[in-house]
Design a protein around this ligand. Structure first.
Ligand code: RIB
Length: 283
């Protein structure tokens, strides 16, 4: 067949560039790509299949050398990938039945760290705001939360509410949760933007954070340190994920020397709890 011309360009497909998690990730990918002499072609899919499909069609024509994708796994994408030879690495999402190399975080472990920490500071009834379930990390964090609280006699599924990973949905979620259970004293939000929304919502309702209700988020985006109180969160290694994804892609493309081990299909990076004011109760 015809040999592809090298373009020294890789595409990065993101579900939502307005979320700082993904813009920080894009920055990491850009830095790592630059190191290998590659530039980025940024595609924001809004997690919509039609947009993602349009991007794939463009990418095909422009002959990018590889793709890093952090959107969910649509039927079109699976079809497209079966018929394409473009090297691909999936980041954050963990699609099943796909041969793509995956870079993600230990999401179940992270959720358990968050809930255990809330127990440790004395929380007696912990709620969870989860993200859209087409994002695999949302499902894993929900599972981690459930595993950590299911043996409590107070546990009920009405302590979980779905948000959409944006601030506004966190505000709405705490309203719903406190209407259902006025005695909630701890909230684990499935990402930092929803934790920020939860903080805003609680303060509006006249609650004190962390004295009345403590909050823990997920991601460790820079914004968490700007809030008052600063928000405790489960840190993902955003920079590490971006760098590793590029290294794995470079290895597929055939750049050398690359150290990353591409014999591993699923790379789950470790997460750590970052304790800040939103869970710091005076002794
Ligand atoms: O903030 C966006 C969230 O969606 C992150 O937690 C990331 O892991 C993703 O799935």
């Amino acid at each position: 067949g015809l040999a592809r011309k090298k373009t020294n360009t890789i595409a990065l497909v993101l579900p939502d560039i307005t979320n700082p998690f993904f813009s920080e990730l894009a920055r990491a990918v850009e830095d790592a790509a630059k190191h290998y002499g590659y530039t980025l072609n940024l595609c924001n899919s809004d997690n919509e299949e039609s947009k993602e499909k349009a991007y794939f069609d463009i990418l095909k024509d422009r002959y990018v050398d590889g793709i890093i994708i952090a959107s969910d796994t649509s039927a079109y994408r699976r079809h497209y990938l079966k018929n394409s030879k473009i090297p691909l690495v999936t980041i954050d999402q963990t699609p099943r039945n796909e041969s793509s190399v995956i870079v993600t975080s230990k999401n179940i472990k992270g959720a358990k760290l968050a809930v255990r920490h809330l127990f440790e500071i004395g929380c007696k009834k912990i709620a969870h705001i989860y993200g859209p379930l087409e994002y695999k990390p949302s499902l894993d964090r929900l599972r981690g939360y459930e595993q950590a609280v299911k043996s409590q006699e107070w546990y009920s599924s009405s302590l979980t509410v779905q948000g959409n990973f944006k601030i506004e949905s966190g505000i709405e979620a705490v309203k719903t949760l406190l209407e259902r259970h006025p005695d909630i004293d701890g909230i684990f939000a499935g990402n930092d933007l929803m934790a920020i929304g939860a903080l805003k919502g609680l303060l509006k309702m006249g609650k004190k954070v962390p004295e009345d209700v403590a909050i823990c988020g997920f991601d460790n985006i820079n914004l968490t340190e700007i809030m008052e109180p600063e928000i405790t969160t489960v840190a993902q290694s955003i920079y590490g994920m971006g760098t590793l994804a590029v290294e794995l892609l470079m290895k597929k493309i055939g750049e050398s020397p690359v150290e990353a081990d591409d014999n591993i299909h699923l790379h789950e990076l470790d997460v750590t709890l970052i304790q800040r004011g939103s869970t710091q109760r005076g002794v």
